[in-house]
Structure formats: C-alpha cells, structure tokens
Write a protein that binds this ligand. Structure first.
Ligand code: ATP
Ligand code: MG
Length: 425
C-alpha cells in the first residue's frame, strides 16, 4: 500500500464534520462583515513569495515546496495567501483607487516538522483589506477575529497580543541597533539566531532559546524606535479595542516571521494546544503592494490556522461535556481518599471564588490529569504516598509549563493557588 505523504492531512468523515462546522462558522462571520470571497491558485511563481514574503524568512528559506515546471519555470505551492492575493488583485486592477475587503480559504504548504497543530499541508482562512490606512480597519479585523472565536465558543481560550513595528524606516533603524548590540555577543546566540543576525535579525526576538532571551533583556527595544505617527496609529487601535471590549496584551517582542509587516502586528494565542499556540496571526503590510510592483497601497489582514481552530473547538466541546473547574483534586491512591476530600474542602474555604472539583471514579494519575485538563482547570492537586510522607501537597500547573509541578506544605499550597488566581484577575 502506498501511504500518505508525511505531514499531508487526511481528514476522515467524523473529523470532516467538525471541519465543515468550524469553517462555515468562520466564513459566515467574515461574510457578515461584508468581505468578498476570492479563490487563489495553489501554484505561483516562486519569485512571488521570494519578493512578497521575503528571501530571508523561514518560509522562503526552508519551508517551500518548489518544483520546476516542464518548461523550466520555478513554481511553488503557496505557503500563505497574502502574496497571492495582492498579486491577483493587482493583476486585475482591483487595487487602483479603490478599497477592497476580501477573504480566502484553503490549503497552504510548508515543509515543517509535523506534530500536533503543525502540518505540511494545513488550512488557512484569511481576511484582508486594501486601500485603508487608519487604525479603524485594524480594529475591525481584530473584532472580526473575536467574533469568530465567539461564534465557535472558544473566546475564553484565546488571548490577543498586539505590537507595533513602526514605519519601514523605524524598523530599519531598529534593525541596525539590534545588530550592533548582538554582534559582539554572537558566540552566545543559539544556532538559528546566529544565522538570522545577518539575514533577519528581528526574528531573533522570537527565539524560544532561554539563553538568547536572556541576552535580549538588555538589547535595544523596538518601542523606543517607533515613530510618532505609528504610535498615534497604535494608540488609536488600542482605544478602539477598549471600546469594543476586546481584551489585549501588548507584547514588544512580537515581530512575526514575515518580512512584509509594518505598524500593527497581532496574534491570537491559546494555551490549550501545547507548543502550537498561535491560532491566528496578522498585521498591517503597507509596503507589500509596492514591493510586488504595484503602487503604494495600504493593506492589513490576518490568517486563521484552521487546523488549530478545529483542534481548539474540539477541546472546548470536550470541556463543556466534562463541566468546568478551576482546581481539580486527583485521587491517585484510594488510600488517600480522605486526605483528598479534606484537601478539597479546605481549598473551597480558602478559595471561595474558585470551582474546586474532586475526582471520582478511580483510574491512574495520568488518566485523572487528562480529565483535569478537560475541565479547563488551571491546577491539579493531589496527595499520594510520597506527599503524605513528606506532609506536603503536590500541585501541577496545567497551563504553565514553567511552573510545572511543585510540592508545598498545605498552607503554602493554598496561598500559592490564591496568588495565582488573583494574578489572573
Ligand atoms: P508558527 O509560529 O506557529 O509557525 P507562523 O507565524 O509561521 O506560525 P503564519 O504564517 O502567520 O504562521 O500563519 C497564520 C496561522 O496559520 C498561524 O497562526 C497558525 O495558526 C497557522 N499555521 C501556520 N503554519 C502552520 C502549520 N504548519 N500547520 C498548521 N497551522 C499553521
Ligand atoms: Mg511558521
């Protein structure tokens, strides 16, 4: 039997039902905002992405499926939609002296390491607006994303991070400052960052390497370079988001992997899908049309990762079926049932505003933690032989890999939980 190509997605009937539902919910919301559907080709000249996405981005450097056409042209399967959409609208005269609001949906291809939420054939739904330069359209697009999450019932599972990259000039100046700061430290950078230092240094801010992040603590900061006009734009956006009641966090390290962004960038992030946290990303790309040979035309948009949206929808539904809790008390050893019940009681009086659920029905700890996860609980707590011997509680932070697991005396454990919930608001 010939098997599927690694990373290409097979979506079976049971899954396809959820896919249809999620896809339909999102496209209905987008249509409801009066965006028009467009359909993009799967293949484009490689040059389109090299110029549009950027020669030094991960996508173009190492993720594209590129092939030679029979007549020798270099073609690539589309790794994203924006460059194609600009190409298409420009080619057909849709960007000249007019505004456009469009959306597309379909598979994209990137040669990446396949894992949960990351595939080589994956699906995006993207919405974009051209010819509009104010923060109002940025806010509309972010509001559109928010409306999608509400339609899917996942709005409590995602958070919005925003940043501004400033104008093209500001970005250039920052880039130079960053390179000057990092160059003498090059030996201490991780391998990817070392390579990026001379190709795409701002991507270093994205590095997940703790050592690199430590070096960046004293690096020049992007917000210090951003021009007054961009700040005004950004403030305008933040005011509008507040007015719309959309919560956001500013993240000065959010730079996005694509070359074409200027001014606003944003990501919708979830903690419920492990390492693949971004379910939607976007921003403003005022320089892109010109870069692809057209007249300067402002543009802004986002792409939702449909595979991840579907996974999150599934988690949300499992959670709804399970019933929500904030703290889940496991009973890994029936011998300590009484201790677990006492713990649950004491937590309820110590944390009167949180929902404390005691596990019922046995099973090993691993199984119970899975249930705990499905309730959306922040923390699982338990007493087993070891913790009883040491007279402590074991706490596992289910949504925070850094905090991980810890053993604390009972009072310290309750205090720890209380602080955690206060910090979250
Ligand atoms: P990541 O940092 O996860 O690689 P990205 O910055 O490369 O994401 P974008 O190019 O901005 O992603 O694409 C927008 C969205 O498409 C992402 O937020 C994500 O939800 C989704 N996406 C990107 N690459 C993949 C992939 N290989 N498999 C599944 N979804 C993906
Ligand atoms: Mg990527």
């Amino acid at each position: 039997m010939v098997k599927a190509v690694r990373g290409m997605r097979d979506i079976l009937p049971e899954q396809a039902r959820r896919w249809d539902l999620v896809e339909r919910a999102i496209t209905e919301v987008i249509r409801g905002h009066a965006y028009e559907a467009i359909r993009l080709p799967l293949l484009e000249f490689t040059e389109l992405f090299a110029r549009g996405v950027g020669e030094t981005t991960d996508i173009v450097e190492k993720e594209m499926y590129t092939l030679a056409d029979r007549d020798g042209d270099s073609l690539s399967l589309r790794p994203e939609g924006t460059a194609s959409s600009v190409r298409m609208l420009q080619e057909h005269g849709y960007l000249y002296n007019q505004t456009q609001r469009v959306f597309y949906a379909g598979p994209m291809f990137r040669y990446e390491k396949p894992q949960k939420g990351r595939y080589r054939q994956f699906y995006q739904i993207g919405a974009e607006a051209y010819g509009l330069s104010g923060p109002d359209i940025d806010a509309e697009l972010i509001g559109l994303g928010w409306a999608c999450w509400q339609a899917l019932g996942i709005e409590s599972m995602v958070r919005l991070e925003i940043n501004t990259l400033g104008s093209g000039d500001a970005r250039q100046q920052y880039r130079s400052a960053l390179v000057s700061y990092l160059s003498p430290l090059v030996d201490q950078l991780d391998e990817d960052s070392r390579r990026r230092l001379h190709t795409n240094p701002m991507r270093i801010l994205d590095s997940k390497n703790p050592e690199t992040q430590r070096l960046l603590e004293n690096a020049p900061k992007l917000p210090d370079f951003v021009d007054a006009q961009s700040i005004e734009h950004f403030n305008g956006l933040k005011d509008l988001l507040r007015g719309l009641g959309i919560p956001f966090q500013e993240n000065p390290n959010l730079v996005r992997g694509l070359d074409y962004y200027t001014h606003t960038v944003f990501e919708w992030i979830t903690d419920d899908l492990g390492a693949q946290g971004a379910i939607c990303a976007g921003g403003r790309y005022d320089g892109l049309v010109e870069r692809l040979g057209g007249r300067a035309t402002p543009g802004v948009g986002f792409a939702i990762g449909l595979d991840r949206a579907v996974l999150l929808h599934e988690v949300a539904q499992e959670r709804a079926a399970e019933g929500a809790a904030d703290v889940y008390v496991c009973v890994p050893d029936q011998q300590f049932l009484e201790a677990a019940m006492q713990t649950a009681q004491a937590l309820r009086s110590g944390l009167p505003h949180q929902r404390i659920r005691l596990h019922m029905g046995g099973g090993n700890l691993k199984k119970q933690l899975k249930k705990a996860d499905a309730t959306g609980a922040q923390v699982a707590v338990w007493v087993d032989q070891q913790s009883a011997d040491e007279d402590v509680l074991t706490l596992k932070h289910l949504r925070d890999a850094v905090l991980g697991q810890e053993s604390l005396s009972f009072d310290a454990g309750v205090e720890r939980l209380r602080q955690g919930f206060v910090a979250q608001g």
